[in-house]
Write a protein that binds this ligand. Sequence first.
Ligand code: AMP
Ligand code: GLY
Length: 404
Amino acid sequence: MRVLVIGSGGREHALCRSLKLDPQVGELHCAPGNPGIEEVARLHAVDPLDPEEVAALARRLEVDLVVVGPEAPLVAGVADAVREAGIACFGPSGQAAMIEGSKAFAKEVMRAAGVPTAEARVCRTPEQAAAALAEFGAPYVVKDDGLAAGKGVVVTDDRETALAHAAACEQVVVEEFLDGPEVSLFALCDGSTAVPLQPAQDFKRAYDGDRGPNTGGMGAYTPLPWAPEGLTEQVMREIVHPTIGELSRRGLPFQGVLFVGLALTSKGPKVIEFNARFGDPETQVLLDRLETPLGGLLMACATGELGPDPVFGGGSAVTVVIAAENYPDSPVKGDVISGLDSTANAYVIHAGTARSDGEIVSAGGRVLSVVGNGPDQESARRNAYELVSRIQLRGSFYRTDIAP
Ligand code: AMP
Ligand code: GLY
């Protein structure tokens, strides 16, 4: 089959790398892509936010399947346009993607479906925000209602900081603080049914020891040896199936990946957030361990023909993100990167890179993610950090405590 992947980040590089390994995938295209993706797929220029342009490209390339990576194209209706063009698409409709695009919509769906999540209030005025903060108490959790690339959430003990964030957004969701370890669980959905990938964990704060600002994610690992027995089954039963059922009832069948961000609280797993796409960098480690060929799996979702649960190999995968100087505030771009060659058990995924005068240069906040694997977490981590230490990018930084 011929496949076109939309996007240009680390997630899309990981997707393309795995698609390339699927013998069923004969031709692989990506738009707009990045220099890492160029090693495995043919790149094309496209405005990923323009549904008609993406559909026209898919038609011109005569692809059988389009895989939409990031949330913004999904919310913009790219999957709708591709399906209208008669081409199978992995990715929910613009309306179904509102499960990520609006925190208020997600809360309403969860309430209707009886899905466990933090108690929350939707606030549009400073008075409403102040009342909600008083109701839930500290630590305060204030979320921008719209898409904010993982940066719209403030968790703080300081009431003034919480109020200031609410005032800076048009509409916020103020919610109860959920205590407990966080887990990312992704479910592949075909519109009526869903199958799980294995649990992974992401490290959202910029610096070691979970300090510093929230980011898109500074590293990840899978599997989670400490995860409670039966967690995946419980999340599928109590969260994923009720949610996609509720979306179907509303005429919004969900085809793509439902990303469940969980807190494992003393009262069981509760939803912190839903996303309508693969998580980055969790996808890098999950796809490293996935044994079921990816092209067939994504095609089955797009055509409503999902079969048995995907199969994962043993062993562990760890990824460490290398971020540009001043990420996440105002990342420095345009610096030359060297030392990108794979080792026996580690390789580099490109996220924010570009080609300039024959060299690879930084072009985004999260520049690279280095994936290491091995029979256990300890060796996977060692392999990842060993390759990280060979990479040179002026001013860059990474966390040294991923997958402890
Ligand atoms: P989100 O963008 O919703 O994933 O939020 C980013 C991060 O903020 C999460 O990964 C959590 O660490 C934290 N967070 C969000 N909501 C809550 C909550 N209700 N309780 C505790 N922490 C939260
Ligand atoms: N790693 C979390 C996210 O992709 O939002």
